[in-house]
Design a protein around this ligand. Structure first.
Ligand code: ADP
Ligand code: TPW
Ligand code: MG
Length: 580
């Protein structure tokens, strides 16, 4: 630090020499120039001083305990803000720890930039065993949208501009920026340095759909007898909330939100078909996909879930042209950004768009009401130990009363049941495991959600899921973030009841029985609560959401309550054999 401060002082100039700047300051200035004022990371050589100088210059630097969590924070910051989230790591091991999150960001179409320090090129390329030697650029390339290395201080402005554009334009994704240690200390004339910086103009240009594409889509939609609109996380990301809502309402069609698309329109909206999912997927005849891919989460658009083969026509709105026809034929591709596409459709619909046939909308509503009524009593049980429904019934009310809180969610049963039970009311309030169904996003997401939005955060975590990022409760306490973590503690993965038939070791899916995760939060000065009934859980969560104090509630769930793999047990290669 002393060295860096001294260098900064000397760089300030004595008056006679030309003022100078260096790599450290150019990177910081380039980020700030582009409105990137928060960095998530873990310090160490060669980026320790960078973090310090950045903090001193007014950038918010959030230090984590593990790079994967910092990377997940950056990725979801990108989703929430439409600006690339920045993650900063050291070389080789730190870089690799951050890489999972970079790949996750790319897979989920979240804009993020992973910036890693790296060792000396000359030594790395000759494989002479430098400190933390690794050809990071080559390793990152297949896992992100774009990867760049900057070797000269004069190129920092261009390097960061390219990284920003690559992350947010078109389909958003992860970008890797490789900064060798030597670059940070490179000195250049300050005025030249200032001129070398680039303020990125229109980083994610609107992409307007062709009028033919819009007309084709409206023709298909108009012919529908049983239309359905599916809203994915791309629609949430686009921040075209009013246009999306107006389009859905004007169409009169039932809509189905994907997990992170929940809240674009409230789950309680009369057109919401969330509680009639199987019916609408099977029986619809025209499906409008808005920022949702026909991947495994939608059974690839075919098979039993989708009813009779070739029984429907798809309209797909997406910024990525290559997404069209990826799984089934798309009758009407509408390529462009969601705001522009949906606005164009709305305009084309004119004032008097016909409502879908009442027998269809009526059948969907009836199914929905039937399912909601079936679920209701289960959500009100006060069993102790709790089952998932009793505990989630409480959390559902918490979010209903605080619709602007952000819900983080991961686990298996804890994820699938919470997704179905907890209604969302506002866009971008539900953030979860995403396209990969990855465990470990929890605490990184919770930190970033609190930092980026200033809202209360409720993290609903399976006990296994929580374990992947649990050490960040210290980070939550250190930054005094308004995060309430509820660990659904059922003693294990899916269930806590497995027994090893062959020896003294515990079964592979179970954890220490009666564990007290609440003590982890207490260890760092936060509030810990052990809740054994829905009433206790309610009191504790309400207190946490009112106070905003870092809180962890160990919610004791019956170890026998869950089911294998939550709702995706069918993807288990052994599941068919076991059923026999
Ligand atoms: P979900 O998991 O919710 O179904 P996906 O991640 O599968 O959603 O799909 C998101 C889609 O949204 C991607 O195909 C991506 O290209 C698209 N997308 C992201 N941002 C935009 C945008 N601004 N405009 C149009 N499409 C977008
Ligand atoms: C990075 C595999 C899917 S779900 C899960 C694992 C380990 C944990 C489920 O247990 P949990 O929830 O969280 O206690 P519950 O309520 O059902 O008991 N490694 C990664 N990602 C995934 N998805 C896995 C492993 C998995
Ligand atoms: Mg569990």
């Amino acid at each position: 630090m002393a060295e860096a401060a001294a260098k900064e002082k000397s760089l300030a100039g004595s008056g006679t020499e030309a003022e100078q700047t260096d790599g450290f300051n150019l990177i910081i200035d380039a980020l700030k120039l582009n409105g990137l004022t928060t960095i998530y990371g873990v310090p160490g050589i060669p980026i320790t001083d960078f973090g310090r100088i950045a903090q001193a210059s007014g950038i918010r630097v959030i230090s984590f305990r593990h790079e994967q969590n910092a990377g997940n924070a950056a990725s979801i910051a990108g989703f929430l803000t439409k600006k690339p989230g920045i993650c900063l790591t050291v070389s080789a091991p730190g870089f690799l720890n951050g890489l999972t999150a970079l790949a996750h960001a790319t897979t989920n179409c979240f804009p993020m930039i992973l910036i890693s320090g790296s060792s000396e090129r000359e030594i790395v390329d000759l494989q002479q065993g430098d400190y933390e030697e690794m050809d990071q650029l080559a390793i990152a390339k297949p896992l992100c949208k774009a990867a760049f290395r900057v070797l000269h201080a004069a190129d920092i402005g261009i390097g960061i501009a390219r990284a920003i554009r690559a992350a947010v334009s078109g389909r958003p994704g992860g970008v890797y920026l490789d900064l060798p240690a030597k670059l940070f200390g490179q000195v250049m004339d300050a005025e030249e340095g200032r001129k070398s910086l680039v303020k990125v103009i229109d980083a994610a240009p609107a992409q307007i759909p062709g009028p033919d594409a819009v007309k084709r889509a409206l023709d298909v939609l108009k012919g529908a007898k049983r239309p359905l609109i599916i809203l994915g996380k791309g629609a949430a990301y686009a921040q075209a909330d009013d246009a999306v809502r107006a389009f859905v309402e004007k169409s009169g069609a039932p809509f189905l939100p994907m997990s992170m698309g929940k809240g674009l329109l409230p789950d309680t909206h009369p057109q919401c078909a969330g509680a009639a999912r199987s019916t609408v997927l099977k029986d619809s005849d025209v499906v409008v996909l808005v920022g949702a891919r026909l991947n495994w989460l939608l059974s690839h658009g075919k098979g039993k879930t989708w009813g009779e083969p070739h029984s429907k026509r798809f309209i797909q709105i997406d910024i990525e042209p290559k997404e069209m026809d990826s799984n089934v034929e798309i009758a009407a591709p509408v390529v462009g950004d969601i705001g522009s596409c949906v606005s164009a459709l709305l305009q084309g619909m004119g004032a008097a768009w016909p409502k879908p046939p009442a027998d269809w909308t009526g059948a969907v509503s009836a199914k929905r009401e039937e399912n909601v009524a079936k679920m209701a009593p289960r959500l009100m049980n006060n069993n102790s130990p709790m089952d998932y429904h009793g505990a989630l019934g409480v959390l559902r009310t918490v979010i209903k009363e605080r619709p602007d809180a952000i819900l983080v969610n991961e686990g298996a049963n804890t994820l699938d049941l919470a997704r179905g039970i907890i209604d969302m009311y506002q866009p971008r309030k539900r953030i979860d495991v995403g396209t990969w169904g990855v465990m470990g996003i929890g605490m990184g997401y919770a930190v970033a959600a609190a930092i980026e939005t200033g809202k209360r955060v409720l993290a609903v975590e399976g006990d296994s899921a929580f374990g992947f990022s649990g050490m960040e409760v210290e980070t939550i306490c250190r930054y005094k973030l308004p995060v309430c973590v509820v660990v659904f503690n059922n003693d294990g993965i899916y269930r806590g009841t497995d027994v090893n038939p062959a020896g003294p070791d515990p079964a592979t899916t179970v954890f220490v029985k009666g564990a007290r995760y609440d003590k982890m939060m207490e260890a760092f000065g936060g509030v810990g609560v052990n809740a054994t009934s829905p009433d206790e859980l309610k009191r504790a969560v309400n207190a946490a959401m009112d106070s905003g104090k870092p809180t962890l509630i160990n919610a004791v769930i019956d170890p026998a309550a869950g089911s294998e793999s939550g709702r995706i047990g069918n993807l288990n290669p052994q599941s068919k054999l076991r059923k026999k």
